[in-house]
Design a protein around this ligand. Structure first.
Ligand code: AMP
Ligand code: FE
Ligand code: FE
Ligand code: ZN
Length: 288
């Protein structure tokens, strides 16, 4: 069980649990340092921060945004952002509008393949959250077209499948700038999802201002962790870790804090955040 988990999703985006539930559950499991990193929204941060403060656990306000790098979907985690940053909120509004339009197109694509999904039902499942493919996947399960969220992705929604619709994204340099202008640091999320070229891509992002690499990710085995440690160290980048908890029960999912993130690495990451003077509340509850 790790004492830090810096990659968590809630009902503010495509997670199935409320920010309060996520923080309370993490604290009950012994996790002491947390970041909520919903996709393209800061809507869950106030609630999460209040829960963290009440429970005396450290809290870092976060975000996860997708950037386009040569056609690849590069996810960036922003840590220690100021949710009130006007440039950040302008960017996030644009991204959420794009998500809403893209969901309409995805439902149309599925209809062309004989899959009838009511857009209103997908929106209801999202419940006002930053809408994403996991909400559509749950609608597909509910309508009986597939047996699981994972099957919905594998058959319909993953990149290359008939229901996949790309959305407008910034390039990585601009996305990193958005995070920096909001006072945060930018970390490359789950690099392995970028495929074999992940190390090359991270090397190319470093001179664009990338600050860190998500090294201790949910199901990474010791060899994978070691490769990420070498990559980050060779570039002078920080190393974060997280479960990417959504509560969806997909294969390879991990519970909050059930990640290969050693305590000394958690402490090193916290020192890095402190040195960079980002927005955060340390464990114990005093505002810094
Ligand atoms: P979106 O933000 O709408 O592009 O959806 C991305 C989210 O969908 C990710 O954060 C994951 O929660 C989920 N996801 C993406 N690809 C897959 C996949 N192949 N299998 C299961 N879930 C996935
Ligand atoms: Fe997600
Ligand atoms: Fe991601
Ligand atoms: Zn995530």
């Amino acid at each position: 069980m790790a004492v830090g988990d810096f990659h968590l999703h809630s009902t503010a985006s495509d997670g199935v649990r409320s920010p309060t539930w996520v923080i309370e559950t993490a604290a009950a499991r012994g996790v002491r340092h947390l970041a909520l990193t919903d996709h393209d929204t800061t809507a869950g941060l106030t609630e999460a921060q209040e829960a963290a403060h009440r429970l005396g656990v450290g809290f870092v306000p976060g975000i996860e945004i997708g950037a386009d790098y040569r056609g690849r979907d590069v996810h960036l985690l922003g840590y220690g952002i100021d949710p009130d940053s006007p440039s950040l909120q302008a960017f996030l509004g644009w991204q959420r509008d794009g998500r809403a339009r893209r969901m309409e197109l995805a439902v149309e694509r599925l209809a062309e393949h004989g899959i009838t999904i009511d857009l209103g039902r997908v929106r209801a499942i999202a419940g006002g959250a930053s809408i994403g493919r996991p909400h559509l996947a749950r609608a597909l399960v509910e309508a009986g077209y597939v047996g699981s969220v994972q099957e919905a992705f594998d058959s319909w929604l993953a990149e290359g499948q008939p229901g996949y619709v790309a959305r407008d994204r910034l390039g990585p340099q601009e996305a990193i700038e958005v995070i920096h202008r909001a006072g945060g640091v930018a970390v490359a999320a789950h690099p392995l999802f970028l495929g074999e070229a992940y190390a090359e891509i991270v090397r190319e992002l470093a001179p664009m201002g990338l600050d860190g690499v998500e090294t201790y990710y949910k199901h990474y085995d010791p060899d994978t962790v070691a490769a990420h440690e070498r990559l980050a160290a060779s570039l002078g980048l920080a190393m974060s870790g997280g479960s990417d908890y959504h509560g969806l029960g997909n294969p390879n999912d991990r519970e909050i804090g059930d990640i290969p993130f050693p305590q000394d690495a958690v402490e090193a990451f916290l020192r890095f955040l402190t040195e960079r003077d980002v927005h955060m509340i340390p464990a114990g509850g005093t505002r810094c």
